[in-house]
Design a protein around this ligand. Structure first.
Ligand SMILES: Nc1ncnc2c1ncn2[C@@H]1O[C@H](COP(=O)(O)OP(=O)(O)O)[C@@H](O)[C@H]1O
Ligand SMILES: [Mg+2]
Length: 256
């Protein structure tokens, strides 16, 4: 049995509900004042602008992050987080890069701490940005590192928005070639927040992943199959997707 990752190109993230699973996009516009530091003389006008922006946040580019890959699906429990984790590992292997990040966008039910076997709380750098936790060479950030699991359950739109914004923009990602986003199921506040924060340029179906018990045990034990059994056919299917992601990115770049 195969799990499909659907294909669609040139559509916004809002159309993700019609398609399942792997969405790729690159942000193109840049936030003027990403960290909210206004020059002193513009403070008042800046404050007004800031208030207005709250209604409609500007889309931003994440400094030093070259490509964002979104793993999304309308449904829960279909293997998004497992795919995100293994794709991140596979990307770093296929590309031979240190610069791969993994961001858990599921503020209600984070999976990355368990799947990547990480639990510490992130330190802050001198700009008060959170330093990601690293395992298997992947730089990770998750709400699960920051709060007790149950605390997020009552959150509504604006709080989700601000949490997502912080995780995305106030993490000291360093120089990343790829940032993989593990989305929560559905088309709710997180998807809306993301589409307001970064611009979506393309969506793609990139491969099949076989259903496999090893994949499941690996994910549940905090050892992605791409780490525990790098030579297995299952790991190969994730590497295959990683290769296609890399090819897609380079073909998009030559089009622009
Ligand atoms: N290819 C696969 N084969 C077998 N089990 C899988 C596979 N992908 C995911 N699973 C298992 O399915 C369950 C849900 O996966 P998860 O990645 O958390 O889904 P989602 O993020 O979509 O909610 C987990 O127990 C995981 O280990
Ligand atoms: Mg998940």
């Amino acid at each position: 049995m195969a799990r499909h990752i659907w294909r669609l190109f040139g559509q916004g993230i809002n159309s993700a509900k019609k398609y399942d699973k792997l969405i790729y996009f690159r942000p193109f516009s840049r936030h003027n004042d990403q960290l909210g530091i206004q020059p002193q003389k513009n403070k008042l006008a800046g404050h007004q602008r800031e208030l207005m922006k709250r209604g409609l946040p500007k889309r931003s580019n994440i400094s030093n992050v070259e490509n964002i890959i979104v793993v999304a699906s309308g449904k829960g429990g279909v293997g998004k987080s497992t795919t995100a984790v293994n794709l991140a590992v596979a990307l770093s292997e296929v590309d031979g890069e240190d610069g791969v990040g993994l961001l858990d966008m599921d503020v209600f039910g984070p999976s990355i701490p368990r799947m990547m076997n990480l639990s510490a709380s992130p330190e802050l750098d001198k700009n008060d940005n959170m330093i990601p936790l690293t395992n298997y060479g992947i730089h990770c950030m998750s709400m699960g590192f920051l709060i007790e699991e149950k605390a997020a359950v009552v959150w509504r739109g604006p709080m989700v928005m601000s949490a997502v914004q912080r995780l995305l923009l106030r993490t000291a990602w360093g120089k990343l070639k790829y940032l993989v986003l593990d989305m929560p199921p559905g088309t709710g506040d997180t998807q809306l927040s993301l589409s307001q924060l970064v611009a979506v340029t393309g969506v793609d179906v990139l491969g099949d992943v076989p259903l496999n018990l090893w994949i499941r045990h690996g994910a549940d034990k905090g050892q992605p199959i791409t780490v525990s059994h790098p030579g297995s056919p299952q790991a190969a299917s994730y590497k295959n997707i990683a290769t296609k992601v890399i090819q897609k990115i380079s073909s998009l770049k030559t089009q622009i």
